[in-house]
Design a protein around this ligand. Structure first.
Ligand SMILES: [Zn+2]
Length: 383
């Protein structure tokens, strides 16, 4: 056999697969189904997904595995499992670094942060680079003349979304009109309303309970009620119910916003609130999300919270530099614990080593370390 024709690059295939899944998700959002056909019977499945499928099938056959990738549905369903459970060895990376990677979030059924990261790295989704909601928000913000108002409007909108995965009609109405008042016109208000779908459109019961810790809805799994947010369950294992909404008055945040804004945002806001309780010079999402939290005068300390499952993948996000963090004198990346504090510390160490190799001057901390480091100075009066 000709070596050139049989050589398949595992990492490139993984990036193609990730790009295919992101594109497919976009198509599903527009109500196209998997394996749909166009007018002339041509497939509407993203080319990247088909190319990845073909390569993975070949790899599976070559290694004597059952060619599960032969079925597109099976391949996409497998992507909800860790790669180590189904993918050919070549896709698992050096020392099996991608073994625990899930490309699709099994609960939210949307491409994970890691999947989007890989898709972007491959350059296969340049046109999708910005989250579509980010782009829409930025477009609307441009219409607000005053920078101070732009910043405040962004913060108000983002904070509402993060703390209201489930919202009452009255809360949503109040937030929409508060935004309209702030921006002196209907700019961000209608966009906020667009981020939600009425709960009665889904298959939920007549009453929806809301989690006291994070504002998500309570779901029943295996007969037991629990918060629908995985991140919240990690942080607060015991469920506490804030209130109960009727299905008629309830609005649910759209899925992709749950994954990319609400879930990671919980930690961003918890960190901000903890620091704000101890000092005044803390800002949430300064200059429309330049970083997640800034501390001190001007650009003294910039903090970005990162909620990735896989630390090596997170480190690769810094291959092109520190991004807007570079604007700050102290550049802090905060990793979420994803479990116990000990796990958080291990994740911190791993990321710090990987970032030190890149020489960007970035300090890595856990949430608790960041609160200790920057809340402390306010209590002692030092600057
Ligand atoms: Zn919760």
């Amino acid at each position: 056999m000709n070596a050139a024709s049989t050589h398949i690059d595992g990492e490139e295939t993984l990036k193609l697969l990730a790009a295919g899944l992101v594109r497919q998700h976009r198509a599903c959002v527009k109500a196209e189904v998997l394996d749909a056909r166009g007018a002339n019977e041509r497939t509407l499945t993203p080319l990247a997904l088909l190319m990845a499928q073909a390569r993975i099938s070949r790899l599976q056959i070559a290694s004597g595995q059952l060619a599960s990738a032969d079925s597109l549905h099976r391949l996409v369903a497998n992507c909800m499992l860790p790669l180590g459970e189904w993918a050919p060895a070549l896709l698992l990376g050096v020392d099996g670094a991608w073994r625990d990677l899930r490309l699709i979030d099994p609960e939210l059924r949307v491409p994970t942060l890691e999947c989007r990261g890989l898709a972007e790295e491959g350059g296969n989704v340049d046109d999708l680079r910005e989250n579509v909601w980010h782009a829409k928000v930025r477009e609307e913000l441009k219409r607000i003349p005053l920078e101070r108002v732009r910043d405040e409007a962004y913060r108000t909108l983002r904070r509402f979304v993060v703390t209201h995965a489930l919202a009452r009609q009255a809360e949503l109405d109040a937030a929409v009109s508060a935004l309209d008042d702030l921006t002196l016109g209907a700019t961000l208000g209608p966009l906020l309303a667009e981020m939600y779908t009425p709960a009665h459109a889904g298959e939920h019961g007549r009453l929806l309970e809301r989690c006291a810790a994070c504002g998500s809805r309570v779901e029943v799994r295996g007969g037991e009620p629990r918060c629908a947010s995985e991140r919240c369950r990690e942080r607060a294992p015991v469920l506490s119910v804030r209130d109960v909404l009727t299905v008629e008055e309830a609005w649910l945040l759209k899925r992709e916003l749950l994954l990319f804004w609400a879930e990671p945002g919980q930690v961003e806001i918890a960190l901000f609130d903890a620091l704000r309780a101890q000092r005044d010079d803390v800002e949430l999402y300064p200059r429309q999300d330049e970083v997640d939290v800034s501390v001190g005068e001007g650009r003294d300390v910039g903090i970005d919270v990162k909620d990735y499952t896989l630390i090596p993948q997170l480190a690769r996000r810094f291959d092109q530099g520190a991004g807007d963090l570079a604007l700050y004198r102290r550049k802090i990346v905060v990793v979420t614990d994803r479990g116990t504090r000990a796990r958080g510390l291990a994740r911190r160490r791993q990321l710090q080593e990987l970032l030190d190799e890149r020489e960007l001057g970035i300090e890595v901390m856990t949430v608790h370390q960041a609160v200790d480091a920057f809340g402390y100075r306010a209590r002692t009066g030092r600057q």
